[in-house]
Design a protein around this ligand. Structure first.
Ligand code: NDP
Length: 514
């Protein structure tokens, strides 16, 4: 294999790497303390182009492996991550501020996805027979799913392992190599992932991490990758899509959300409140599929608010080991959270837990608002903080209508004993959990993705594997055709034969009355 592996002037970072003199760098900081966690190079367009070139070389080897061989490498990687989970969780905590147990939870889910993608790629993507139908009965028809080549992945900081892994693991299992641009807030985690896979595959750059700020991501969009999988805010997703359009690079957009949790009158109120609290507050509310709105049947509204207020007592944000939630990772988000809470209060909402004083400099204490006007930004925009807006509804029709009224359509939850499935099906979103919260994310066989301004395309499951491939259809002639249709030697007999078959097949009894 001809290789450009040795030509990289600014090799994709390794966790031990110290950027060379003269290389522009940036710091990743501990959001709880402001301490410097690491210093990383800013990859410029040239570095990105070289990383993609190296990935293209590596794809010749990786893409030519059998599904079983690739699975073996990926399952080894899965075991390496598992055995070093404490190391990775500590790094994630230092870059995001989240509690160690939360960091471990997202890594555990990501590990499960690596294993699922590795084990199922062959069955989902390998050659499959397709019925040829009567007209083409002499053909053997197959479809198989081929890797695209090099996939660019751009990730956010809120779940720096789980979220990009939903693209990385599935793209790799499908036979692509990956160039990954992590968030500028979590570059160390991105580097750690690439380093450990590199150990497994003997240094071949099957997965490279390029570190940098927004322009590094923008350079990846126009670098000629064969697909770009973006996870992040809707606003950046639009820029990514526009940049990718230049080269007709296909995109997956996993963007923001404003999910609701619906509580029906027959729901288990204690369990619904517990779920809403965790869905809204865990990870300090910095979860794309987190709960931001709650619509409660008016008959159980007071009981629900009393219950969740009670359960929220003692729930605390902080930097110490005893705190339930950590800091706001991205400093600028604190202003957004403050403005949403203020806007809701200005328009007449009530704070039953927390309030405007709960929004500090680095930490936001849990805040629960009720009777929040549907036009306020706390209802219409992604808040991405530990806040909940709880409103009463007359019935489940109203709950569904208000849920579907927003521009996002990522996920959501329903609590109801009798009508959970029926309500779930009416919600315009990619994923819904019934009598549970965010449970779909832990089922590797289920697709993950949104509609509307939450994006499009799917990661996870069979859909997630196919997302990083192209379908290849092949027909092979098994015996000479009884009717010679695709030839200038076609006869009248062939044409009559076709007419006869088509009439038999499709003429049927269903026709218009004269
Ligand atoms: P951003 O949109 O700010 O950033 C996402 C990534 O895009 C980062 O790596 C960022 O780099 C990069 N980027 C920034 N500008 C550009 C550009 N012009 N071209 C290409 N890439 C660019 O999102 P956040 O990191 O703040 O993540 C939070 C958002 O992610 C929330 O909206 C959340 O809902 C969403 N999200 C969606 C998920 C889903 O599956 N649907 C899952 C998780 C989060 P840099 O950090 O250096 O600026």
């Amino acid at each position: 294999m001809t290789s450009t592996f040795d030509r990289h002037p600014n090799p994709p970072a390794t966790s031990a790497s110290v950027p060379a003199d003269g290389v522009e760098t940036f710091e990743s900081l501990d959001p709880a303390t402001g301490d410097v966690v690491g210093v990383h190079p800013v990859a410029g367009p040239e570095d990105v182009a070289l990383a993609v070139e190296r990935a293209r070389d590596a794809a010749q080897w990786w893409g030519a492996l059998s599904f079983d061989e690739r699975a073996e490498h990926l399952l080894t990687w899965r075991s390496v991550i598992t055995r070093r989970i404490a190391q990775l969780a500590a790094l994630s905590r230092s870059e995001t501020g989240k509690p160690i147990a939360d960091a471990q939870l997202e890594i555990a889910l990501a590990i499960d996805h690596v294993a699922w993608a590795a084990k199922h790629a062959k069955k989902v993507l390998g050659p499959q027979n397709v019925s040829s139908g009567l007209v083409m009965a002499n053909q053997k028809s197959t479809v198989e799913y081929k890797p695209l080549g090099v996939v660019g992945v751009i990730g956010p900081w809120n779940y720096p392992v789980f979220t990009p892994m939903g693209s990385i693991a599935y793209a790799l299992a499908a036979g692509n190599t990956v160039v990954f641009k992590p968030s500028e807030y979590t570059p160390g985690v991105g580097v750690w992932l690439a380093d450990t896979l590199s150990e497994v595959v003997g240094g071949i750059p099957v997965l490279q991490t390029i570190t940098g700020l927004g322009p590094t991501g923008a350079a990846l969009c126009t670098s000629g990758v064969d697909k770009l999988a973006f996870t992040g805010s809707t606003a950046t997703g639009k820029k990514v899509m526009a940049a990718c359009a230049e080269r007709l690079t296909p995109v997956v957009i996993e963007a923001g959300g404003k999910d609701s949790l619906i509580v029906d009158q027959d729901a288990n109120i204690a369990k619904a409140a517990e779920a809403a609290l965790w869905g809204g507050m865990s990870n300090a509310g910095q979860t794309c599929i987190g709960t931001e709105r709650v619509y409660v049947h008016e008959r159980v509204f007071d009981a629900f608010v009393a219950e969740i207020t009670e359960q929220a007592q003692g729930l605390r944000a902080g930097g110490d080991a005893g705190a339930h939630i950590g800091p706001i990772t991205m400093p600028s988000q604190v202003d957004v959270i403050r403005s949403h809470v203020q806007d809701a209060l200005d328009r007449g909402a009530t704070a039953v837990v927390g309030g405007i004083d709960a929004v500090g400099e680095r930490f936001v204490q849990p805040t629960i608002l009720t009777h929040v006007p549907e036009t306020s930004s706390a209802i219409t925009e992604e808040t991405f903080g530990p806040t909940l807006a709880i409103n009463p509804v007359r019935d489940m029709d109203e709950a569904v209508r208000l849920t579907n009224a927003g521009k996002y359509g990522l996920a959501g939850a329903v609590f109801s004993k009798r009508n959970g499935m029926e309500i779930a099906r009416r919600i315009r979103s990619g994923m819904t959990s019934v009598n549970g919260i965010i449970t779909f994310a832990g089922v590797p066989g289920l697709p993950f993705g949104g509609v509307g301004e939450s994006g499009f395309g799917r990661i996870h499951g069979p859909d997630g594997l196919k997302e990083f491939t192209y379908a290849k259809a092949i027909t092979r002639q098994r015996y000479a055709p009884p009717l010679n249709l695709t030839s200038f030697k076609r006869t009248v007999r062939d044409e009559k034969g076709l007419n006869l078959i088509v009439t038999l097949l499709h003429g049927g009894k269903k026709t218009l009355k004269p």
